[in-house]
Design a protein. Structure first.
Length: 145
């Protein structure tokens, strides 16, 4: 896929099936289809709604989902996978290293390590101002239907 970077939400929506309020990427700033992606997410009050009143913190599950969506952009931007779904197959060795709050800019990086047929793994990490917020290994399956 040849694309002008950065990719905005409209361009991301042409790759991913996610839509607001569950699309958790604002832009893709680097993309090597099938290999690596770097995306950004500006954390908002809405991303932290109810978690916790008076002390908003982005839930860890949303950070992991944002990383998975970034990884899915790398996988689904390959022409052979265009229009397919990338589904979670596993999450390993996840560690949360810092609190993420509204106003923080998450930089989400996923580097695909191994892809065998429709199954693959990627090392993922999110940082805020260069500080590690979360890291882990994501396993995905590309829906073949």
């Amino acid at each position: 896929m040849s694309a002008d970077l950065p990719l905005d939400k409209a361009a991301i929506e042409r790759i991913l099936p996610h839509r607001d309020p569950f699309l958790l990427l604002d832009e893709v700033v680097a993309l090597d289809p099938g290999a690596r992606v770097v995306a950004h997410k500006l954390v908002t009050e809405a991303d932290c709604a109810g978690h916790f009143p008076g002390n908003p913190i982005m839930p860890g599950v949303k950070m992991i989902e944002a990383l998975a969506q970034a990884g899915a952009v790398a996988v689904l931007s390959e022409p052979a996978n265009a229009g397919r779904l990338a589904l979670f197959a596993g999450i390993d060795a996840v560690r949360f290293k810092r609190v993420v709050r509204p106003g923080d800019l998450l930089e989400l990086t996923c580097e695909l390590e191994a892809v065998r047929g429709p199954i693959g793994r990627g090392k993922a990490r999110a940082t805020v101002n260069g500080q590690l917020a979360v890291r882990g290994t994501l396993t995905f399956a590309v829906d073949q239907s």
